[in-house]
Design a protein around this ligand. Sequence first.
Ligand SMILES: C[S@@+](CC[C@H](N)C(=O)[O-])C[C@H]1O[C@@H](n2cnc3c(N)ncnc32)[C@H](O)[C@@H]1O
Length: 437
Amino acid sequence: MNEIKGKDIKTETNMEIMEPQKITDDKPIRGFIFTCSNKTESECFERLLFGTDRIYGPVVIRIRKDDLLFLVNIDINTLYGVFKAVSDGGFKIVPEAWKGRYPYQVRIKILGKIVKIPYADKILKKFEIKRNTPLYGKKLLDFLNLFIPNTTLLNNSNIRDNETVRLILEEKEKIKRYINKRDIEDEIPLIESTTFWDFPRQNYGLTPKGNNKYPGVTPALIIYNMVWRYTDPGDLVVDPMAGSGTTLDVCREEKRRCVCYDIAPTRPDVIQNDARNIPLEDNSVDMIFIDSPYGDNIRYNDHPDCIGKISAEDERFYDELEKVMKECYRILKPGKVLGWLIGDQWVKKRFTPVGFKIYERLCKYFEPVDIICVARRGQASHTDVWHNRARRFNFFLRGFKYLIIVRKPTKEKREQKPRKINWIYYERKKKYKPKEG
Ligand SMILES: C[S@@+](CC[C@H](N)C(=O)[O-])C[C@H]1O[C@@H](n2cnc3c(N)ncnc32)[C@H](O)[C@@H]1O
């Protein structure tokens, strides 16, 4: 193992003065892995800053001051340790670092001297470490042992001499104190990569998001994905039909500002308001998420202005929701995104393509970005009796919803001209041979 002297490493002189940090003693210490390359490594140490891009943004914003950090240089397949977070993870702590390419950052200090361990890939594999899964408890203790040469462990006087080992052992003692305490997210969800989303639970993480007993509550990971794809920490998110406040709770956890309204609020931090008239300025919002009523299939409340009292078979339903769309258009900043969750209806032998009808109205104002198919889980109708009825009487139970993603155009909405695409046609592995005869 090679050692680099911590004191040889330059600290940044123009560091902004940090806010006094809360004592996070009551929280377990976790371990997080960062990566760098030969190109980016020196900046990590010169600035005493680790950084990453949006993919691991959700991981970085969960890092607390005093968590332990490790760095893998992927070009030379080497693991460096041990580092300690001296700030919480944040966004653009040093905006100009790595020319802005890795804006999710944390300030670090080195515990004694840096220990370099080769074959990082094998170690990460052995410990089954994923970058979106914090190390904690026994696994973190075992991982730290990698950075303590065995010989020094055997000899107490050596331990006293070796500052690095002493500091690591101190950390191990702190970790042991919390070994049975649960404040650990096993896996921090990665952003979805396809247009099919299927979330087994309404919630994610350690704290509830919205109220899963609320009729028509939104799966929190839908909002999580919208927030991480289309906003930065600190941006303003609005939900004009917020129900039990899932959007509010997701935004708090993901460090976005959020304003939530509902015609009949169920909690004090959701403001009473009709979505057809939103009390916000023009061009002031960074993202809007709406899970509107899908018709009159759910009785949300008794408020006379609840749009959920109008049938989806009645054109008035779309007219009223179009007023909401117009308001969303007005308050969104140009170039920013609206996500609208909606499902179709089949009732008493009649199908209504609610999703397509909403999409059509949205396209009067917005440019399409994409459409996500969200699996419907936990539906009251998903029982054996209903599945059998659907087969016997030849209809389908609703298996998915649409998440329609649209953007407020930056200039006048323009017709898109046809483009010439140079497709790459991939060869299939086995050549297709038509059967003879
Ligand atoms: C599907 S729920 C929203 C669920 C919410 N996202 C959650 O996770 O709890 C639809 C909501 O629209 C609200 N709503 C209906 N008409 C409204 C209106 N005119 N203005 C504002 N909210 C309205 C209902 O009260 C209901 O809470």
